[in-house]
Design a protein around this ligand. Structure first.
Ligand code: HEC
Ligand code: HEC
Length: 283
């Protein structure tokens, strides 16, 4: 009997034997007690086919065990295993959070060159699959970003309208102004309102300013979008204008642009890709 030479095996077997002997002994004692002991105390007076009921107090230990079970149950659900335990998803989220924090503090004050480099990287991974490597929208599969924040784009939007970003004001109707007026408004927005660049038609800026009243009804006379009711045109041509699209997504006439507000990109990465997208339409 080789396995009996192993001390640990032997100890385990002895332990098991002791447990069996104790269980049989204790259980036997109580079974015998049930058979021979006479219960004492006052009867309640109820009688079911000759079986009576004592009006004894609930045994103290029994009540304590019952209360203990309730307390333990509450602890178990709210502090113990299911909610507070280790989970791989929790650990993953914690790690992502700490990496993101480190990333954010490392690139807290990026210069233009850093933003462009980071933006190009993000663009190639996150945006190019739909918008194409050059950002041209791959023959109409997604928005053509090579002219997206130019003056021409404003003229196009005024002609066609815009929908699908879910702003409280809903859709921007098509055909608000004729082409010449739209060009003037575009010149005003780019050169004076957002100051994002020099207009191709500086002579139209003053005319555009008066015509902007049509747009101000929804975008606000300061162009800032009336507290989020419509896009802020004061950001037109700047990274922030792209960031607003990333946070909202768009279900427009071309197709569906996903939202990027789920933590996939940090704020700095959004600004970076916005800066890069802006550069695509520089003439
Ligand atoms: C009836 C309200 C309304 C008026 C008037 C209006 N807009 Fe808009 N505009 C909106 C809304 C709402 C959006 C966002 C629509 C969307 O979901 O894409 C928008 C979007 C835009 C955009 C962004 C489009 C894009 O590609 O994301 C530009 C640029 C714009 N408007 C310019 C103008 C100009 C210029 C005028 C004046 C001629 C004007 N809007 C008048 C409501 C309006
Ligand atoms: C799943 C495909 C897809 C991906 C990924 C994607 N886009 Fe788009 N995007 C679209 C489509 C489709 C549209 C056109 C929506 C419309 O107007 O119908 C669009 C529109 C846009 C617009 C114009 C929105 C407007 O208001 O007209 C911008 C800016 C833009 N995308 C930027 C980005 C950037 C930056 C990324 C990467 C971070 C990105 N997109 C990733 C599909 C995509």
């Amino acid at each position: 009997m080789n396995w009996l030479n192993d001390n640990v095996n032997l100890l385990t077997l002895l332990g098991a034997a002791a447990i069996i002997i104790l269980t049989v002994g204790v259980a036997g004692k109580y079974i015998k007690q049930i058979k021979t002991d006479k219960a004492t105390g006052e009867l309640t007076g109820d009688n079911w086919d000759g079986i009576g009921e004592f009006s004894n107090e609930l045994p103290y230990g029994w009540s304590l065990a019952f209360l203990g079970t309730i307390v333990w149950g509450l602890w178990y659900f709210f502090l113990g295993y299911p909610l507070a335990t280790f989970s791989q998803i929790g650990q993953y989220n914690d790690e992502v959070k700490s990496y993101t924090q480190r990333f954010e503090s490392k690139w807290a004050n990026p210069d233009h060159e850093t933003l462009m480099g980071m933006g190009e990287g993000v663009f190639l991974v996150q945006c190019a699959p739909c918008h194409g490597i050059t950002g041209d929208g791959m023959g109409g599969k997604a928005a053509d970003l090579t002219s997206w924040n130019s003056e021409d784009h404003i003229v196009r939007i005024v002609k066609d309208g815009s929908k699908g970003q879910g702003y409280p004001l809903g859709e921007m109707p098509a055909g608000l102004l004729d082409k010449a007026s739209a060009e003037a408004v575009a010149a005003y927005i780019v050169q004076d309102l957002s100051k994002s660049g020099k207009s191709k038609h500086p002579e139209l800026v003053a005319k555009g300013k008066t015509l902007f009243a049509t747009c101000g009804a929804c975008h606000g006379m300061d162009g800032k979008g009336m507290g989020g009711s419509a896009p802020s045109l004061a950001n037109y041509g700047k990274a922030k204008f792209v960031v607003d699209v990333l946070n909202k997504g768009k279900k427009g006439t071309i197709g569906r642009m996903p939202k990027f507000n789920d933590g996939r990109l940090t704020d700095i990465q959004k600004t970076a890709v916005g800066t890069y997208v802006d550069s695509l339409s520089e003439e």
